[in-house]
Design a protein around this ligand. Sequence first.
Ligand code: SIN
Ligand code: FE
Length: 293
Amino acid sequence: MGGDGIVHEYPDTTWADDGPTRGVEAVVESGHVLAFPHLAFGLEHGEERFLDPRWADGKAKNVSLRWPAGELRGAAGAPADLVALQGMIARYADRSEAFALRLFPHYRGKLRRGNSSFRPTGIAGRARSWRQDDTRLHIDAFPSNPMQGTRLLRVFCNVNPRGEPRRWRVGESFEAHAARYLGSIAPPWPGSAWLLAALGITKRRRTGYDHLMLQLHDRAKADLEFQRSSPQQRVDFAPGTTWVCFSDQVLHAAMGGQHMMEQTFYLDAGDLADPSSAPLAVLERLTGQPLLA
Ligand code: SIN
Ligand code: FE
């Protein structure tokens, strides 16, 4: 796999409760990627047909399920096919949830299921602007969806049928990254958080925390010198590999690959085993300010 420092590998071959790895909250919370090279998401008979970009409707980046109802978004096809596609992605959601709760028993009862996605489109040529270009190193932060300190835990699995790896780069620690840009980030305009929410541009208030996270995301992606020369390593996730990380903390870039499953979970920063490891705590420490006000 070639990732030494940031990526920790584990031998698990099952998603179920009897797998060997459990209680590894400290590993993921300290900014590592947990990789399981022998943990494939098994497709059922007939599901191979979904490994084709034609199932994406062309408007959305991904095919996704929205919970709690699990409705299918971003897909195009005949109704019976879409039911089967929904079933495949929902099975991934169930597997990855059981798996995450085994790995991180501390999060039991706290982890909330976010969108599930299937990404049948190749990485190349997907970006519409530099801000959306995920081939540039970044932490995950979204303009319209302020997290207000809530963590983003993601479980990925490469389901490529032709041996093609998902090729990532991973970068410096969150604390080093924050320290790199914090001093040059201007505060938001007074009243802007209220205005963005009032206009419906943000789903909820963009807090000081969200302002900084979004700025870190944008500054990193806009900084070509940072992209080129900051500390980083390449990681190839072969088909049949599952990997897990806090994507709001791990600097990551997706350089290539096609056909991947991804499940997002939300976790309040206070529900971490070590809340002081959260980006919120790191940013509050570095700025000396409360950031959820
Ligand atoms: C990302 O979260 O930046 C993209 C991950 C991927 O598509 O491999
Ligand atoms: Fe990302």
